[in-house]
Design a protein around this ligand. Structure first.
Ligand SMILES: C[S@@+](CC[C@H](N)C(=O)[O-])C[C@H]1O[C@@H](n2cnc3c(N)ncnc32)[C@H](O)[C@@H]1O
Length: 128
């Protein structure tokens, strides 16, 4: 699992100043790798599961305390981030991207800055 996530995060070429949004962070494994590359940047994760949000925040407590990472419970469909925009948005193995890829990508792209980039990993569908 770690290899899959590490390879994906490496492909994002995170810069120290990036503003990063992750959809469906799960346990927050990618969060740890991403936040380690951020100095002046920021990371926000959303997940529809409160349990996952709590687990991810626990795992990344040091980055939360340092003001680099935030974790919030929301679905992508109901996400309201106001005027916030991101340089990189990622979603790994989130079911909506398998079931309704066009809708999911459109929803995710709403939060990209003008030159921002969306990264999606489609490999295995999430199991219900
Ligand atoms: C299969 S897990 C993948 C977790 C992690 N991204 C990874 O690759 O290991 C999918 C995660 O996405 C969350 N999720 C599924 N659908 C979602 C949606 N529509 N909006 C937000 N989170 C969602 C689930 O709660 C779960 O934590």
């Amino acid at each position: 699992m770690a290899d899959r996530i590490e390879t994906f995060v490496e492909s994002m070429m995170i810069r120290p100043t990036d503003r990063v949004l992750e959809i469906g962070c799960g346990h927050g494994v990618a969060a740890t790798l991403i936040c380690a590359s951020l100095s002046a940047g920021s990371y926000l994760a959303v997940d529809r599961s409160r349990k996952m949000v709590e687990a991810a925040a626990r795992r990344n407590r040091a980055f939360v305390d340092a003001g680099i990472a935030r974790f919030m419970q929301s679905t992508l469909e109901s996400l309201d981030l106001g005027e916030q925009r991101f340089d990189k948005v990622l979603a790994m193995r989130v079911r909506l991207f398998h079931d309704q890829p066009e809708q999911a990508e459109q929803l995710a792209r709403r939060w990209l800055a003008p030159s921002g980039k969306l990264f999606v990993q489609y490999d295995e569908p999430e199991r219900r």
